[in-house]
Design a protein around this ligand. Structure first.
Ligand SMILES: Cc1cc2nc3c(=O)[nH]c(=O)nc-3n(C[C@H](O)[C@H](O)[C@H](O)COP(=O)(O)O)c2cc1C
Length: 321
């Protein structure tokens, strides 16, 4: 029931993919997902240098012999880095799957192709998905409005975007945004997706290196407790609706400048807040699906639970009950 072109392409047991999460999806999380039969994605830019990414890849390899992926996020940052070096590091360390996100990966395709890796690209619109297919990626992940992180500018939900992408593309589509359990997995498979990407669900796992205070806050959050900031700079981000996030929104409404905004959304500030558990000091990306999550299991328990529930749903639907 769970064999798709995505499980075949990546050599994984289940069509469950853990979304890259800056600062959080490091060796322990990525390896735990791989060992439980899914695909873990390491967020490469967590590491200040390509050398540190190499070390983390080696650490992951010491924890699992299963495939895993590295994400290269192509968004403008305050500390621009040589992304070719990061890609080379991943390829040389034997990573076989690279995810790009944020911007069209055209300028890196030659390097990725020559490196012999499978390429998946994450987008938030059908137009961007078609461009990615045209430039030769192997699979596209399409994320809807519900997504934690950067759901794009169009405000279209996963429920509509996924079948639109499936109809428009030949290559396999992975669905993301708002998926957190067996129901979500079965729903996106029914929409024609061949894999389900989940970020927020894996944020609330034992292995996720997020401070317990923030985990607790998220466990108490409902589906109404996120909001979108940074629309004014054309890079909307869905985050937990903290006072800090509301302050940013107010600044945007009053016509703040990019220079004023940048220190508020700075990555190092975010890292400190995530480490210290101070949700009042930085933004915390999070999806609406947080409203469906009220437990803190291990990653194996999450994946086993999703598959168990999905099988029950499949049986119920096929029996017409
Ligand atoms: C805390 C957090 C950090 C994230 N960091 C990144 C990132 O660095 N790069 C990226 O491409 N996506 C990032 N994302 C998005 C996820 O990879 C994934 O697309 C998203 O979480 C899926 O939606 P969901 O949260 O509704 O499951 C992040 C998401 C969260 C919740």
């Amino acid at each position: 029931m769970f064999k798709t072109r995505i499980t075949e392409l990546f050599g994984i047991k289940y069509p469950i993919i853990q979304g890259a999460m800056m600062w959080l999806s490091r060796a322990e999380m990525v390896a735990a997902v791989a060992n439980a039969g899914g695909l873990g994605i390491m967020a490469a830019l967590t590491f200040p240098t390509a050398r540190e990414l190499r070390e983390e890849i080696r650490k992951t390899r010491s924890l699992t012999d299963k495939p895993f992926a590295v994400n290269i996020t192509l968004l403008p940052t305050m500390r621009p880095r040589n992304l070719e070096e990061y890609i080379d590091a991943a390829i040389e360390e034997g990573v076989t799957i690279i995810e790009t996100a944020g911007q069209n990966p055209r300028q890196y395709m030659k390097q990725l192709r020559e490196g012999g890796v499978k390429v998946m690209h994450k987008v938030a619109s059908v137009k961007a998905a078609k461009t990615a297919e045209r430039i030769g990626v192997d699979a596209v992940t399409i994320v809807g409005f519900e997504e934690g992180g950067n759901p794009g500018l169009d405000d279209v939900t996963t429920m509509v975007l996924v079948p639109r992408a499936v109809d428009a593309l030949e290559i396999p589509v992975i669905a993301g945004g708002g998926i957190g359990d067996g129901r979500g997995l079965m729903a996106v498979l029914a929409l024609g997706a061949e894999g389900a990407l989940m970020g927020t669900r894996f944020m609330l796992s034992r292995e996720c290196p997020l401070h317990p205070n923030i985990k607790q806050r998220l466990l108490e959050a409902s589906e109404k407790d996120t909001l979108m900031i940074m629309r004014s700079i054309n890079n909307p981000e869905r985050v937990v609706a903290t006072d800090f996030a509301r302050r940013i929104l107010e600044m945007e409404k009053k016509g703040t400048t990019l220079e004023e905004l940048l220190p508020m959304i700075d990555g190092r500030r975010q890292k400190q807040a995530l480490d210290k558990g101070e949700s009042s000091q930085a933004i915390i990306p999070c999806g609406q699906v947080v409203g469906l999550i009220d437990d803190l299991p291990t990653i194996k328990e999450i994946i086993d639970g999703i598959i168990k529930d999905a099988r029950i749903i499949g049986k119920r639907l096929s029996e017409g009950g």
